[in-house]
Write a protein that binds this ligand. Structure first.
Ligand SMILES: [Zn+2]
Length: 169
């Protein structure tokens, strides 16, 4: 057991719920099928504690990296969760809001890479333009799928953390 890692079984329920909400938001926005997470847009989740080599931007809650290719298979991605930042934000916003926002953002990056809408290897300028676009798309995708109190929580979070919604790619 290591509750410092969101990939630990202690967090499987809130993580699973947030992931389901994030996938649904992105599926709706891009009109993709749930099956495509296992075929076109394959990814897994990891903890930043298992990736000490990664550099995160100051406000980032997560980061998407390319995992190794296996033979001729398609590229697989890995969403690396930055727990210290996520848990800190969850002190003033609920964990579901923070996690769903972080995961939705990374899944939007993933679909855009997978569909060839954005290059994985990008220069600094392209990267910051793409980042702004991904922030807007993620917020819109989340709000389209949220109602009532949940939508209010997301709006509040986006307003307070306009650049954390919002991890770097
Ligand atoms: Zn990003």
């Amino acid at each position: 057991m290591d509750p410092a890692r969101l990939t630990d079984s202690a967090w499987s329920e809130p993580l699973g719920d947030a992931l389901e909400a994030a996938e649904l938001s992105v599926e709706t926005y891009y009109a993709i099928s749930p099956r495509e997470w296992a075929s076109r847009f394959r990814y897994d989740l990891a903890s930043c504690h298992d990736h000490p080599e990664l550099h995160f931007r100051e406000s980032a809650m997560a980061q998407i990296v390319r995992a190794e290719r296996s033979g001729a298979a398609r590229t697989r991605y890995r969403i690396v969760l930055r727990e210290p930042t996520i848990f800190r934000l969850a002190e003033s916003h609920d964990l579901a809001t923070v996690l769903t926002t972080a995961l939705t953002h990374e899944l939007v990056h993933l679909v855009r890479f997978g569909q060839g809408l954005a290059p994985f290897e990008a220069g600094e300028h392209e990267r910051s333009e793409e980042e702004q676009l991904v922030i807007r798309i993620s917020e819109q995708a989340i709000l389209t799928r949220s109602k009532g109190v949940r939508a209010q929580r997301f709006r509040h979070f986006f307003a307070e953390h306009p650049f954390t919604g919002v991890a770097e790619s």
